[in-house]
Design a protein around this ligand. Sequence first.
Ligand code: FMN
Length: 185
Amino acid sequence: MDALSAIQNRRATKRFVTEPLPQDALQKLLEAAYDAPSGANRHPRQYVVVTAREDLDRLAGLHAYCTWFRSAQAALAVLGDSIKSRYWLEDCCVAAENVWLAATAIGLGVGWAAIYQSDDAQETARREDMVREILGVPGTLRVPLLLGVGYPAGAPPARKRPPLAAMVHWGRFGTADSSVTYTLS
Ligand SMILES: Cc1cc2nc3c(=O)[nH]c(=O)nc-3n(C[C@H](O)[C@H](O)[C@H](O)COP(=O)(O)O)c2cc1C
């Protein structure tokens, strides 16, 4: 699959079949993360690959929006060293997107489980500490997100998003087509 097709076909996947993932598929995803850009080329990322059912089930209990880890066959915890780089968060997110696209290209589904919440330091700390406890991550590393991976069980629901024309301003802000209406529900 070419890059544009992977971008267009990528979806948040929250239902997976029970088939385990081959090691070489996980390796491909890690290499896609490795190939991501890094602010100031500092590469502050670390990854924990989780395949033990018991750990995946524990990760499913992190919050209400990641219970789907119960059917995921693997999780990838993307960790950032905030001492090594001020761009740790961006670096982790851009690596996560690389993984998501690579997974799409090889027929895997990925779900994103938010750990970092920019408006809630307390909830972020609760989630991070729980991941640290489950996966043995040192307190010096941040845990902005987890990815759940597996072969998708069926097609995802139809995609919902605002139209591009409502978001793009050509030349100056204020030129987007404000007549475009949309609902996300
Ligand atoms: C920063 C970020 C945080 C997200 N957090 C969660 C989450 O905690 N749980 C979840 O099920 N999906 C999460 N998602 C997935 C989004 O809900 C999903 O990308 C969005 O609904 C659009 O669907 P699509 O990815 O299929 O286009 C997250 C995505 C991003 C980029």
